[in-house]
Ligand binder design. Sequence first.
Ligand code: ADP
Ligand code: MG
Length: 601
Amino acid sequence: MAIRILPPEVASRIAAGEVVERPASVVKELVENALDAGACHITVEAESGGRRLIRVSDDGTGIASQDVELAFHRYATSKLSTIDDLSRITTLGFRGEALASIASVSRLTLITRAAGEPVGVRLYLEGGQIVEREAVGAPQGTMITVENLFYNVPARLKFLKKESTERGHIAALISRYAMAYPHVRFVLSHGSQELLRTTGSGDLLAVLGEVYGLEMASQMIAVEGRADSHTRPDLHPVRVRGYTGLPSLNRSNRGQITLFVNGRWVQDSSLTVAVVQAYHTMLMVGRYPVTVLMIEVPPEELDVNVHPTKAEVRFRQPDAVFSAVQRAVRQALVAEAPPPAVRGEVVWGSPEWAVRRERLAQVTRDRMQQLDIDLGVESPGQHGHQPTPAHEAGAESAAGGPQRTRSLPLLRVVGQVGATYVVAEGPNGLFLIDQHAAHERILYEQFMAERAGQSVASQELLEAVVIELPPDQMALAEESLDILHGVGFGIELFGRNTVRLRAVPALVAGGDPVGTLLAALGEIECGEMPTGATAEEALIARVCKQVAIKAGQLLSHREMEALIRQLERCQTPQTCPHGRPTLLHLSAEQLARQFGRLGAI
Ligand code: ADP
Ligand code: MG
């Protein structure tokens, strides 16, 4: 094929793909424009996850009537005029691409009236082409309505996710901007449902309450830090403000670490690490905090022109910013939340250890009672009562049938090491069992056996709990109702951003119902699935992990025996549901070799 220059409408749709990936990217650009225009009230409406309609209205400066057509040209902006301006950008926009891009892949209506103009303008475009222009009465400000997004880019349309997913992205985005701009009043609605409303009072904590719910917001503490320019005059000042969660408020992924740099939401993996590091030894491995931080640096220290979506930035002194963030969060945590004693670093055998031992023992006793773990001696015939998994039906008849071949040898409990591992002796050497992983495996198989018997038993809570969820998690909960019901959660939607939890899977009934549900939602969100597992299996695995005995819990001899007996009954006792080993084996031969006994005379 000969080389040709693409017709402008094709070129513009291709270029639009860089800025507009999904409905939430349209919302982001329009909201940023409203903020740049100095708006105090921003209203966002969406329908069908933003596919059918997105409307952003603001009370900002408006666009002068002679400029309205120009605003839809690529590289048309009022925010920058020379290349030098780029090094001191204080607005969110500057590339002059957004309106042109959005208009080229949708049907767009603009209504705007600039301050001081008697009437407003209405402009209607299809695929970037102006179809209509008329004078209209309008309040000061701008309202942009984007309909049928990607109607002329079928390839993009195909890649859009379910309505609830796209809606979740929009909700998460507005939640973030509401937190970064507490002085601005945001209202977000989807169809007839209002998802978020902030007051614009300027109080970040109040916004956190709106976004996360009061329960979560009450577990967040203020962060306020300034890099000290006295000790390091060579570094530019960095200001870090915001809120961060107490260690007890944690998540299974980094999705709730929200960072703004000079008012711009950024995704910066290095700064995310700085936040996580600030929690060193306060959070378990694999758990992440909930954090919202506003980082401010002099504009000339920052390169915002890295990517068309402007979600990445470069710092001239990345280390200065990294350490300012880490220090500010750490300071806040240490001041308000001394590391919980049980999880602190304790050296085995130290005097402190003896004290902790008693406390741990108590914690463990309570926990075991809560979990109602089968700690007693094995009741006769108990195994036979468990529904037999379908694929195993042939190998084992019901009660009293021949035992299936053992996948673990008979083990004799010797003791516990570090309140984490059970030491046991088998016919051929020594076994070390990870108590947490083993219990996860046991719960998982019990769960799966119940499921194979068609119904997962649910246990009604004494009192239903009403839980407020952040809007994006709410979308997730809504989308996953079937799966959640399937595994035994009695959960229903209960008004704006709240769900009502009536029942939990019976197997985990003794635990913390809210924590269990949040863990399940966390799994759906991040989907760290073992290969080949269905969403449902992954979720069950996550719930089991949440309620399993933790490392650091002292177990009595009887409790350890009960654990081992139950592990022996598992079909796949060697690994936890996530694939990590539950036990290590040191054979008699290995021991003999290590001690130089093999071949000794
Ligand atoms: P950029 O934001 O990078 O300048 P856009 O394509 O997003 O580019 O917008 C083009 C121009 O249109 C802006 O520079 C601004 O002058 C004007 N504009 C867009 N949205 C608004 C709004 N909500 N209020 C006032 N002016 C706006
Ligand atoms: Mg813009």
